[in-house]
Ligand binder design. Structure first.
Ligand code: GUN
Length: 290
């Protein structure tokens, strides 16, 4: 069997197109553009690339982008003061503080300071609690994008066995909540899980979000399983090459012979994250405008 490739790039492009149309309608109604503020502290190269891409796609969708780049040695008080200003700014509908923050900053306290009405990352205690309670709210972008791909591929997920590998606040935990809400039987596996290959082999749906290159092998998969690979890992460069190859958490070359459907890396989940961020920003704008 050769797995169907799940084209996150095309899905994200059509989602951005829908967001663009709704952003135009919002501007006509509110007399201003929906606005997304992104805060980046420090010089982390990967974060710089993500933030630049977020800003570019925000503007391309007809929304206003407010970028705040702060130096590495920014104090906790200064960062909290910026979040407070953005919370109070009526031109800002969504606030995203790019993670990870430099080690001297208290990430949890900063995120918790974001107004839940502007929490387009879905990471505040209020958003997390609403998701766990099954109440409407803003949902983290990568898991929501992954769920959209799964539902597009499989239709109803009800009754399916899902294994989420990874228990992060950004992906693993909210992904498990979303799958549970779709009536999956959900297992969260992690670095201390015993017999991980056996656990994964039970799954109709595998979501890999561990950040370990090509860790999930074809022999771990139930034939026909749907595989969502959230990992983006850069391998060391081959001799003579400037940059290493980007690979996921799944050994794609061998897994595609066993899986029923699989997301490639790049071009799978990655493009969905920003598209969902733009969608969440517009949802927040409509809600905040009343
Ligand atoms: N760093 C990597 N992914 C994300 C994300 O989705 N949101 C935030 N805030 N930081 C990230």
């Amino acid at each position: 069997m050769t797995a169907t490739l799940i084209d996150g790039k095309a899905f994200a492009a059509s989602l951005r197109e829908q967001v663009g149309e709704l952003a135009g309608a919002f501007e006509a109604r509110a007399g201003r553009k929906a606005g997304l503020a992104v805060v980046l502290v420090g010089e982390d190269p990967a974060s710089q690339v993500y933030v630049a891409s977020k800003a570019k796609q925000t503007v391309a969708c007809g929304m206003a982008s407010f970028e705040h780049r702060l130096p590495q040695d920014t104090s906790q008080d200064a960062l909290i003061a910026l979040v407070d200003r953005l919370n109070a700014d009526p031109a800002v509908d969504g606030i995203l503080v790019q993670l990870p923050l430099p080690g001297h900053l208290d990430e949890q306290a900063v995120v918790a300071r974001i107004s839940p009405d502007k929490d387009v990352d879905g990471l505040t205690p209020t958003s997390t609690g609403r998701l766990a309670l099954g109440l409407p709210g803003l949902v983290p972008c990568t898991p929501l994008g992954s769920l959209m791909l799964l539902k597009d591929q499989l239709g109803s997920l009800s009754g399916l066995d899902a294994v989420v590998i990874g228990r992060s606040i950004l992906v693993g935990k909210p992904m498990a909540q979303l799958l549970l809400a779709e009536n999956c039987t959900v297992t969260i596996a992690h670095s201390r899980t015993k017999d991980l290959p056996d656990v994964v082999r039970r799954a109709d749906i595998v979501v890999a979000a561990v950040g370990r290159p090509e860790m999930v092998k074809a022999s771990w998969l139930k034939p026909g399983a749907t595989v969502i690979d959230v990992g983006i890992n850069r391998l060391p460069p081959e001799p003579g090459a400037e940059k290493g190859k980007l690979v996921g958490d799944v050994d794609f070359a061998e897994a595609r012979a066993v899986a029923g459907a699989i997301t490639p890396v790049p071009g799978g989940v990655g493009p969905m994250t920003i598209a969902v961020l733009l969608r969440n920003s517009l949802v927040a704008a409509y809600r905040n405008e009343g």
